[in-house]
Design a binder for this molecule. Structure first.
Ligand SMILES: *Cc1c(COP(=O)(O)O)cnc(C)c1O
Length: 412
């Protein structure tokens, strides 16, 4: 049998290098580390964020609004920067809503989703004037009471738990029983209730899944979301002004994965925008993206503190790992652990000559950043870089586990 070459990571060409150093925000990595004053840190590159949004806007029809789902990366400076690039911000808690408002996000273009919204959060959202993606009958009753008390009509959209899912997604968030949204079959009753309570109905939010690299699956989910919204809109108390078709655009993390091809998605959305002009003449179509906007613009940098060989296997031990970057350790929803792309950021271009396992400093075998990767020879003091780290990093990690220092985040 012919041996097949093992799959490799998509090349991380978004960052340039100079004199064997990775460049981020125009700075060589070791200089940036001095500027930050510590390792580990996350660094996010403004120019890459800007380019990503402009490339995306060029690939999608002008009639589609682009929202940033800030759950992916809630760093306040980054959210403020993103607020200048996108059309709106999606928040999933009162805490995120505060960051989005502080960032200068226009409340008209902020939407608030999430199961289990507390009464106090709903009240804040009504006072702020943001759009609330309602996910239960209870939320409607709370909103009716709050609207009366504040003499402000709550702006509501219905988050629908669709009767389908986004096929081939890293994380499924629709189809079957789910804690998110209201089952499509219960939505007509919910819409009737919105009418009775005289809340301001604005539209629908459908989110079928996340981290998808198959354009045909994304197009199919968008089509089905559109059809479902169209049939549900017959029960709506007022015209649809806002139709959020979800997102789910993925980025390549693991060997064998490729960058998402946007052109079929752009074509599909062009078609839907044209239909919407007839079916929903007052509505904006929205897509909401998290990791696709920010994931590739960020790196996680830790310093190698030790190097040792155990029964023939070489370990590089760094000053941070799972406590700062749960996703790269493989413990944030992955079924089988796979390596993120990793480099030695001050030895770029050097030949990959040894197989090493890069681990963090925690006393748990789960703390792995790179398992048996082929890299240039690295020594204590060198900088290990984990790419594709701009989303679900610091804020999605158990920083207090094992009592190491917290990670620093910089936007450069
Ligand atoms: C998590 C989430 C997103 C962002 O997902 P990404 O995979 O980061 O794009 C968008 N919308 C909703 C409703 C979410 O829960």
């Amino acid at each position: 049998m012919e041996a097949k070459a093992p799959p490799t990571h998509a090349p991380m060409t978004q960052f340039a290098t100079v004199d064997s150093e990775l460049l981020i925000g125009g700075l060589p990595l070791s200089r940036l580390a001095e500027r930050v004053g510590q390792t580990p840190f996350y660094a996010y590159d403004r120019e890459l964020l800007r380019t990503r949004v402009s490339q995306l806007k060029a690939a999608l029809p002008a009639g589609v609004k682009l929202h940033y789902a800030m759950k992916a990366n809630p760093m306040p400076a980054l959210v403020a920067f993103m607020a200048t690039l996108v059309d709106g911000i999606d928040v999933a808690s009162g805490g995120e809503m505060k960051v989005a408002l502080d960032a200068g996000g226009n409340p008209q273009e902020i939407s608030f989703a999430g199961p289990g919204k507390r009464d106090a959060e709903l009240r804040q959202a009504v006072a702020a004037g943001v759009l609330i993606n309602v996910e239960s009958f209870r939320e409607l009753d709370v909103l009716a009471r709050v609207s009366n008390e504040l003499a402000l009509p709550a702006r509501v959209a219905v988050r629908v738990n669709p009767d389908f899912e986004l096929k081939g997604s890293g994380m499924k968030m629709g189809g079957g029983p789910k804690q998110f949204g209201v089952d499509a079959e219960q939505v007509p009753a919910l819409l009737a209730r919105i009418g009775e309570l005289k809340l301001s109905f604005e539209g629908f939010h459908l989110f079928a899944g996340s981290q998808n690299l198959k354009p045909e699956s994304i197009c199919e989910a968008q089509q089905k979301s559109y059809e479902l919204a169209l049939s549900l809109s017959r029960h709506a108390p007022s015209p649809v002004r806002f139709l959020n078709l979800g997102g789910g655009f993925g980025i390549p993390y693991f060997p064998g994965e490729q960058h998402l091809d946007l052109s079929p998605i752009g074509d599909n959305l062009t078609h839907l925008v044209a239909r919407a002009a007839q079916d929903f003449p007052l509505a904006s179509l929205v897509i909401e993206l998290g990791r696709y906007l920010v994931g590739e613009a960020g790196i996680y940098v830790s310093r190698i503190v030790d190097r040792k060989i155990s029964r023939g296997q070489t370990y590089l031990i760094t000053d941070g790992g799972l406590n700062h970057h749960l996703s790269a350790s493989g413990n944030f929803g992955q079924v089988i652990r796979k390596n993120y792309p990793v480099s030695i950021g001050n030895r770029m271009g050097a030949e990959d000559t040894e197989i090493v396992t890069i681990v963090g400093p925690l006393c748990t075998p789960l703390d792995i950043l790179g398992d048996r990767m082929t890299l240039p020879v690295a020594v204590p003091g060198d900088l290990a870089v984990v790419f594709q780290s701009g989303a679900y990093g610091a804020s999605a990690s158990p920083q207090r586990f094992l009592g190491h220092p917290e990670v620093v985040e910089v936007l450069v």
